[in-house]
Write a protein that binds this ligand. Structure first.
Ligand SMILES: Cc1cc2nc3c(=O)[nH]c(=O)nc-3n(C[C@H](O)[C@H](O)[C@H](O)COP(=O)(O)OP(=O)(O)OC[C@H]3O[C@@H](n4cnc5c(N)ncnc54)[C@H](O)[C@@H]3O)c2cc1C
Length: 368
């Protein structure tokens, strides 16, 4: 193997987790980062609601970063319309999200990488092996179709829900997973809105809709069996209460993880580190994952930039606050997802906003 094929750290995936880690690691390291998305054209784009919650905003602020205007989309939102299809309830709750273009956000994070990081976009990691105290990493350039194999001392799985790093080295780790399906439509609602939908008949997780630059996205996380059928059934129910879909402009799907216990998070070992959703770091109640991706990457950069013995143990200890926080989301879930408890919370009206209905803004559960 040629000297230039040897790296200190290989990062698989440069979503919010991998791009943050690659940006923060000291330039003394020889780093290769591999990601299948492409800066232009119609290559892979991560399906996402594209909302930056306050925790993720705080994580970005902790680096003194500000968001470029062209990452934002229209409109910005102040409230979520929470819809309980089973109990026929609707409530509005204040939210401080930033509505953005997820693909542009990922590309912006990548644009912040120092030149010392060797980034291979439009390249997919195909095989990983442990060898002589390090790792052999094979990846294919999706344009030239050429396969290259490199070696690295440390391997970081920042490759999201369907992580090849986790699947290769921890196949026994079966986290709870859903198929997330999203469709995009031309926006035809009178008032663009953001909604969160609960419909236990089609899924024990949630769905959402959001407007972005005159397009309307409807998506949800569904159990893997008959996911598409469930998705279509829920769409039909929503049409009955006033949602307007029409012909989809595009349909996208990917896995999304949903930790169910404190032990679900995936602990790497012996030079393998998992950050972001690859490690299971995502909220079980809202499926918000950008803040945990950035947070876990920051933690790992601190550990690797200051080498001492047992970096794996140190990383795991330092993620304890994050893991505890995510565990509280597991505990919070029944209040959102058990129909009876959700009904109590929504009926109480606590923290909800009373919406003034006008002719231009009729009640939502009214007919079309
Ligand atoms: C439909 C949907 C909507 C969501 N909405 C929101 C939201 O509004 N707000 C929020 O905070 N969270 C949301 N989430 C969760 C959030 O998207 C993830 O938790 C977050 O993106 C995790 O970041 P990450 O960097 O760990 O992984 P990812 O963002 O998944 O990034 C992984 C990267 O790895 C690359 N990759 C994967 N496999 C390979 C491979 N074999 N070779 C090369 N590259 C590879 C991918 O190209 C990708 O860039 C949503 C999730 C889904 C599925």
């Amino acid at each position: 193997m040629k000297a230039k094929d040897l790296y200190d750290i290989a990062i698989i995936g440069t979503g919010p987790a991998g791009a943050t880690l690659a940006r923060l690691l000291y330039p003394k390291y020889n780093i290769i980062a591999i990601d299948k998305k492409t800066p232009h054209g119609d290559g892979f784009q991560k399906p996402c609601g594209g909302l930056i919650c306050t925790d993720a905003q705080k994580a970005l602020a902790s680096f003194d970063l500000t968001l470029p205007k062209d990452v934002l989309v229209d409109p910005q939102i102040f409230a979520v319309k929470t819809i309980d299809l089973k109990n026929k309830l609707i409530r509005h709750y204040q939210r401080f999200y930033i509505n953005m273009d997820r693909h542009k956000f990922d590309l912006w994070l990548e644009s912040l990488l120092p030149k010392t990081v060797e980034l291979h976009s439009n390249a997919v990691c195909t095989e990983l092996k442990r060898e002589n105290g390090g790792f052999l990493i094979s990846y294919q350039d999706l344009e030239t179709k050429q396969i290259r194999t490199v070696r690295a001392k440390f391997l970081v799985g920042a490759d999201g829900a369907n992580s090849i790093v986790r699947r290769t080295f921890y196949p026994e780790k079966k986290l709870r997973r859903y198929l997330s399906i999203q469709q995009w439509f031309p926006e035809t609602h009178r008032n663009p809105f953001y909604s969160c939908i609960f419909d236990p008949e089609t899924t024990d997780c949630c769905s959402w809709s959001i407007s972005k630059d005159h397009q309307f996205i409807f998506g949800g996380a569904f159990p893997l069996d008959h996911a598409r059928e469930r998705f279509e059934r829920q769409k039909a129910k929503l049409e009955e209460i006033g949602f307007r879909f029409g012909a989809p402009l595009k349909t996208e799907a990917c896995l999304v993880l949903r930790p169910a216990s404190f032990r679900d998070f995936c602990k790497g070992e012996k030079g393998i580190f998992l950050i972001g959703e690859a490690a299971g770091f995502i909220s079980a109640s809202s499926l918000e994952g950008i803040s945990s991706a950035i947070g876990s990457a920051k933690t790992l950069s601190g550990v690797l930039n200051h080498p001492r013995s047992n970096p794996n143990e140190r990383y795991w200890q330092k993620t304890l606050p994050l893991r505890l926080k995510l565990f509280t989301k597991v505990l919070k879930s029944p209040f959102l997802y058990r129909s009876f408890l959700r009904k109590l919370v929504m009926k109480s009206g606590i923290q909800s906003i009373k919406i003034t209905e006008t002719l231009a803004n009729p009640p939502f559960f009214a007919k079309k």
